[in-house]
Design a protein around this ligand. Sequence first.
Ligand code: GTP
Ligand code: MG
Length: 453
Amino acid sequence: MLSDPIVALATPPGRSAIAVVRLSGTRAFDVAARCLRPFHPDRPRAALRARLVHPTTDEHVDDVVAAAFPAPRSYTGEDVVEISTHGGLLVPGEAVAALVAAGARPAQPGEFTRRAVLNGKLDLLQAEATADLIDAGAPAQRRRALRQLDRGLSARLEALRGELLELEALIAYDIDFPEEDEGPVSPARVTAAWRAVRDRIAALLATAPEGERLREGALLVIAGRPNAGKSSLFNALLGQERAIVTEVPGTTRDAIEAYAVIAGFPFRLVDTAGLRDSNDRVEKIGIAVARQYLGAADLVLFCRDAGCPKGLPDGREMGDAESERFVAACHAPVVEVVTKVDLAAHSPDGLGVSVVTGDGLPALRARLAEAAFGRLLALGDVEPVVTRARHRTALERALAEAEAFYAARERGVDAAAAATHLRAAVGALDDLIGVVTPDDVLDRLFASFCVGK
Ligand SMILES: Nc1nc2c(ncn2[C@@H]2O[C@H](COP(=O)(O)OP(=O)(O)OP(=O)(O)O)[C@@H](O)[C@H]2O)c(=O)[nH]1
Ligand SMILES: [Mg+2]
């Protein structure tokens, strides 16, 4: 049943001052009335003190504050009761159990938000933004999720949808009077309108790589010769001594991955084994792992040691040619940095850092954020951005249909047939916003939600 009363703890379990229990459904007020003394559905959206009791044993479970939100003015669009109980390991669970005994069912993950979507309180993009906001670990993720929750992306897609329908209206005359040579709307005007909407879809699509990276964190792989100071820099960027640092070349043998927020943006930092020809079995495996990470990286931070400009500690020198070859072999963009500048006689060309003095670290952080998220930085927080593969594939479909429309017109296909491509493009945008959303799409989306959301 879709609107049966559901209940869940909306706050994480554990010791806390308060916890919030949420109840939603057509009979939610009946359930609440069996447990709350008193319960006032006639005083909507007022926070009122009450005793929460078990409906069959009458046992006093907790003193709470409860508020009733009658449909449709609630998060789910159904009758909702929010109950603030005391926190801790026992009380919130017993409060939920009492409400279940009174006739509510424990909610599935994401079920509240799913109902909000089905009742038209949120579109699909806003529901995704809700999950992104909860998952946000970096300020840039929070700002982006809030913009999407505010319908920034939805509004842009609706505007594009409107433009596609206008384009269809422009060729309506050709559809109705296919025999006429020239309709009242010139082909040049149709072309201009088509180009404008096509370009706008393409521009939005172009935000996808960095948008998806913003949700997942940019994979930043630190590489360089043994002893170049990679692990030291990894720890400095992380703000914590995570990787082992010693003066022995070949200290790091495994790849170490950690989440870090750099200049407000999310990164997955990877420290790797120093690159050299080694006969050590373990180190060789480590170097192979490093190369795998380099192949998958969004961005490479290449470290060069300023402390030993002539010979490297392992007796070999990584000459300019060798490091240039390395950088050229990387698919991802490379940020080059000179490490240990406190040991150097004079300041290096380009970006130099020292983890001992802290010199250059702020500039390095800014450079990394720029290299991984430069397009988003340039767009600011105002322009909408697409952040999921689901968004990207729908926009790719819309773009392909828009292109097919124009190609069909160029080939002299009749207007009615060409217009079906515009309809299909509109359909792709509708799927994206979630106008009509099949159950399996909802299942996949809400499976990743937490219970109580
Ligand atoms: N003076 C100075 N010493 C540094 C700096 N960064 C690293 N070191 C020293 O350089 C040595 C090697 O540092 P690591 O961070 O272990 O170098 P690595 O590149 O991870 O080395 P491998 O794991 O062996 O490839 C250690 O003795 C560090 O203390 C720096 O900025 N200044
Ligand atoms: Mg190391």
